[in-house]
Structures are given as C-alpha cells and as structure tokens.
Design a protein around this ligand. Sequence first.
Ligand SMILES: *[C@@H]1O[C@H](CO)[C@@H](O)[C@H](O)[C@H]1NC(C)=O
Length: 399
Amino acid sequence: MGVLFRPSPRMLIGIATIFMTVGSFLLLIPQATPFRLLPFPDRAPSPRSHERLYGDGYRGHASPADINRVANATLGFDRVFVVGLPERSDKRDAITLTSALTGFRVEWVDGVRGESVPDKAVPFGTSRERLWEANLGSWRAHMNAARRIIQDDLASALILEDDVDWDVRLKPQLERVAQGARAILSSNPKPHSPYGDDWDILWLGHCGEIFPETLEENRGRSSDDPALRYMTRRFVIQDDMTVPPRDRITGLLDFKNSPEHTRWVHISGAPICTFAYALSQRGARKVLFDLSVNHLTGPFDNALAGLCRRAVSTHGIEDPAAAGDGGLDTKCISVTPPLYFHHKARGLVDGDSDIKAINDGQVRERGSTENIVWSARGNIDNMILGATTMESQYDNQDV
Ligand SMILES: *[C@@H]1O[C@H](CO)[C@@H](O)[C@H](O)[C@H]1NC(C)=O
C-alpha cells in the first residue's frame, strides 16, 4: 500500500498526463473525482482469524505504520472530551462503558445551562432571544471545550456530545479516515498527528453533509478554477462493511446513486449537527475567535458549519472585498456517512433532551442509532464477553 510512495520524476509526468486527460473529464461528472480508492479494511484480517477489531488490544493494520496511532487510548488525538451535563449520569455511565470497551478514554467537559450565561457574556451582536437558552448552553459548553484545548496547549482533541454512538470497529474506521485526511490535506510524510497536520476541524459525526461544490455559491465555477479543484478533493473508502445498506443511510446526499458500502473523506461543505468533531490547536483558536470573541452568528452547529463554508467558498480568492475574512482559512474535513450519530436510548423518549420535562411518559422499548452497523451501545454485552462478531442493526446484511 503506498499512500506515501515516492514516484520517480518520469512517473510523475506520466501520472500528470493521465490526470490532465482523465481529470478534466472526471470534473464534468458531478458524482465524484475519486481521489484515492481503498477497500476496507486495507489488509483485512480474515474472518477466520477472529481478531477483535475493538478494545485496548487492537493495534491497527494501516500503512504507513504511524497511522496506527489512531488506535491508541485517545484515538490519535491528545484528548477525547465529552460535553454533557453532570447530572445526566445515565448518559455518562453509557459513554464511559462504551468508550472503555471500544478502547478509548474520555474526559468530561461539563454542559452548561443557557440561563446561567449572563447577558454580558453573550457575544456582541447576538440576540439571546433568537438563539434561545438551549442553544446558548450548548454553545457555551462547546466553547469551554475549545478553550481547554488552547489553555492546556493540546495539539488536538476529539469532542463528543454525550448521547452519541459509534461502530464497535471505530479504530479500523479511523485508520481509513486518517489515510483520507492525509491524502487530502497533508504534505508532511511524518506528521505530528496521525491525521496529518494541516486540518483545523475533522467533522466525524453529523446529521447530514453535502459536497462543497454543490453549495449554491460554488455551482457556477469553471472546471479550471483552482478553488473547485480544492473543494472536490475526495478520498473514497470502498467496500466498507461498516457503512449501512445505501437505502438505509440517512443524511443529505443521495446515497442511492453511489456504490454500496462507500464512505467519503472530503472537504466539508456545510454539515448539520455536531455529534463529534476534532479540533487541532489552530482550529480551536479559530473557533473560539469566530464563535465567541468576535461574534456568534447562530446556534453552535450552524456557526461552526458557517466557518467551514465561508472558508471553502472563498478558497483562493485574493480580493479582500470578495473574500471577507476568508473564513479564517479554516481547513475542514468531513466523513460521510458519519462515524458518530445520536443514539436514541431505550426508555423515556423525553429523556433524549436535557431540557424537556418528562411529559407524556412515552417509552422506547429498544434503543437504536441511525447509520451505525455494529452499534457499540447495542453491543455492550457482546463486547464485555469478548465476542468477535456483533449484532448488526441491519438484520439482513451479511456482515
Ligand atoms: C495518542 O496519539 C496521539 C498522536 O500521536 C498523541 O498525541 C496522544 O498523546 C496519544 N495518546 C496516548 C494516550 O498515548
């Protein structure tokens, strides 16, 4: 496998010629410009080997080998933070158990109630009434996480919301994501982060995401526009059995037109929801400035997506009048379909929300998580027992 193989100059000319002839034609296909194709997992342990693809013992199979740092106890980041109210002990118990069993360690960043944020602390120009208290509390808790990254001088941190779920095979998934992130953005063959060193935001968990060239402000771009070339960079993970059947995936893209079991690592367009995202040190600084110190343009997830969107849609524009602040040149990468998703827990439906009172007492008999095949939350017992095959949320899928 050679993400970082060193081609000879003659090969480079050959490759360049192929790209120029094939590339211009590919750009006309709205579907994708396949950047790199990789089957999942790259060197798959055969089913007979009964390797556990989760837990502390999983070491990774990626190449170059330094990518396997994503399998460490903080998933290749400096820390993993979970944002949530301390009194939601039910959510803390579940996250503590699922993360420990899958093989990573979390630290808590206390959630904030909106009403505890005084008017004076609300960013200038932000209307508290328009934002409503729940959004204000969520915004503040995420800002506290970003601030901690800066204050403690962390190279990066993954930030999770406290009701998320993921696949038992998260670590093998992250090996591919790291290869993708490096292929798209990083030029350093020995990066400090296994995900490469040029990203600000890695958006791993969202409710839906689109490719940036389909945003309305980018639709008219000509095929020789360097910005278009930047925003269509895409890393394709093929035969990824952790991707649900395509007619069951939820999100904004039309997955039915793409091959089964395909996942993309790509430049972010405008993701919705912040189930899970990583910030680099540089990314945390941009976020704390753009979403607090300077202003706040809306609910936290929209404001974060707005930063990524402004950056990608003004990429390469030199004229300050047209580029504005250029989205602080924020480099955002998304994974679609996402690796993390909101879990609908068994029990009281009103319990999903930290704000709603228990009203009608409606109960969910069975927990579920969209877009996740081997739900960690749904396989806690199997992981405790050390199983190698888990229960799939997609019954008739052969995984
Ligand atoms: C995991 O790897 C990252 C990247 O090399 C590193 O920053 C982090 O400290 C490591 N975590 C642990 C627990 O060793």
